[in-house]
Design a protein around this ligand. Structure first.
Ligand SMILES: Cc1cc2nc3c(=O)[nH]c(=O)nc-3n(C[C@H](O)[C@H](O)[C@H](O)COP(=O)(O)OP(=O)(O)OC[C@H]3O[C@@H](n4cnc5c(N)ncnc54)[C@H](O)[C@@H]3O)c2cc1C
Length: 405
């Protein structure tokens, strides 16, 4: 049975579609849409009922994501990050206090920011240099992150850092929950938003640079996965598999939205005295778009309903990687073809196609590039753990990701 929030998302879609150009042109965050998502109980719908959420499954969430993404890519990203990724890591690994603290913030409309990437640690995420050093009952965080989605608007941050003990010995990688809410006067010393990228698409979403300078947080906000810090990165990346499926669902939803618009246009626009829909050159494009979207949807649904090994609460890593890889590359092609079908209108801003085209381009980069996902899939199907660093350092991304198995 379809979750009731899917129908709510379908009702909201025309409203979101009507506002989407505004966020893009003004590069502003879609607070109005977030209020609607909160009212519809879509924000935090994956949070357990005992903590005020709806206890919805990842499968439920990605069906909502598809409907929202057809209308507004920006808002769909907020649905994903308000249900999957950071918040699902807290719900899986967090202490009762962490869960009880984070749940109401997300339910009230916050999209937690995941802070992994650094200037010298992109695909090679395990090379991150941000440190969290134990000092008494606290951790002192120092470092710099960039391309942090929602930096400057998010209240909750899950900061990935290299954990050092009091003596400075490296214990592994851990996550740290950092709460920031300037409107409520919560601006921790040492937490700074130092820049924002100017992006080609998804312009309403801040992609921020963050700096941590002797940021002191209580030890109770360390998110310690079951295997401790030593394999903490692998556990935290397992949680990220849910967000990866979500990202694929956004891409697929944008493709489906572009496809539906293109189909309607082909039936209404006439050239040579006939509707465009009668030309075989375009019909075959439609058939390919339809087939590709259907295949992506099936892969995403399968991934969302899968579970990783060893009692994992998160989707299977390879199913998630395959589905995101396929959906993100498919969506770029499908949106491009839809734009083509609109001719000059598609290139102009009276139609949303040019915005969708700019928006969808990011999904083969953010959240694991297409190349890194291929490396992951190939490693799994061939059973080969190939270190990506020249010296075969075990901290290479693939080796780390396999440690999750
Ligand atoms: C819109 C957007 C939002 C983002 N949001 C977040 C966020 O919220 N939090 C966060 O932590 N990060 C975020 N990121 C960062 C994202 O995760 C990184 O961009 C991504 O991991 C790639 O890192 P990089 O950009 O440094 O590219 P690099 O790692 O420098 O890679 C450059 C190119 O080389 C390829 N490459 C690298 N290594 C290999 C290899 N071993 N084999 C084959 N090819 C390789 C890559 O695929 C890519 O094509 C976001 C990025 C974007 C664009």
């Amino acid at each position: 049975m379809t979750h009731p929030t899917v129908a709510a998302a379908q009702d909201l879609a025309p409203i979101f579609a009507g506002r989407a150009a505004k966020w893009d042109a003004t590069r502003t965050y879609c607070w109005d849409n977030i209020a609607d998502l909160v009212d519809a109980r879509i924000m935090g719908m994956s949070i357990p009922k005992s903590l005020g959420g709806l206890g919805a499954s990842y499968f439920d969430v990605i069906q909502v994501v598809e409907e929202v993404a057809k209308a507004c890519t920006l808002t769909a990203r907020i649905v994903v990050e308000g249900n999957l990724g950071g918040i699902s890591a807290v719900m899986a690994y967090g202490s009762p206090e962490q869960k009880a603290f984070c749940a109401p913030i997300v339910l009230a409309g916050d999209k937690p920011a995941i802070c992994i990437t650094e200037p010298d640690a992109g695909s090679a995420a395990t090379e991150l240099q941000t440190t969290a050093q134990k000092r008494g009952n606290t951790y002192v965080i120092n470092g710099r992150k960039h391309w942090i989605t929602g930096g400057g608007v998010s209240k909750l941050h899950l900061v990935f850092a290299r954990v050092l003990n009091e003596a400075g010995h490296d214990l592994g990688i851990g996550g740290f929950i950092v709460h920031v809410d300037p409107k409520a006067g919560i601006t921790p010393d040492g937490f700074k938003v130092t820049g924002r990228e100017k992006t080609m698409g998804l312009c309403g979403m801040p992609e921020a640079e963050l700096r941590f300078e002797n940021l002191v947080i209580d030890e109770k906000w360390a998110l310690i996965p079951p295997s401790g810090f030593r394999h903490g990165f692998a556990d935290l990346m397992n949680a990220y598999n849910s967000q990866r499926v979500g990202a694929g669902a956004i891409a697929m939803g944008v493709a489906a939205g572009a496809y539906e618009r293109a189909k309607a246009y082909l039936l209404r626009r006439e050239q040579f005295g006939r509707p465009l829909a009668e030309f075989q050159g375009l019909q075959w494009m439609v058939a390919d778009m339809d087939t590709q979207i259907h295949a992506a949807r099936l892969m995403l649904h399968d991934a969302a309903q899968s579970l990783g090994p060893k009692g994992s609460q998160f989707p299977d890593m390879i199913k998630a990687a395959r589905a995101k890889l396929f959906a993100s590359e498919m969506a770029i092609k499908v949106v491009d073809d839809a734009l083509q079908m609109f001719g000059a209108r598609g290139y102009g801003d009276k139609e949303p196609l040019e915005r969708m085209y700019r928006d969808v381009r990011m999904f083969t980069i953010g959240g694991g590039t297409a190349q890194i996902l291929r490396t992951q899939i190939a490693g799994s199907v061939l059973g080969i753990k190939t270190p990506q660093t020249r010296d075969g350092d075990a901290t290479a991304p693939l080796a780390q990701l396999h440690a999750a198995e």
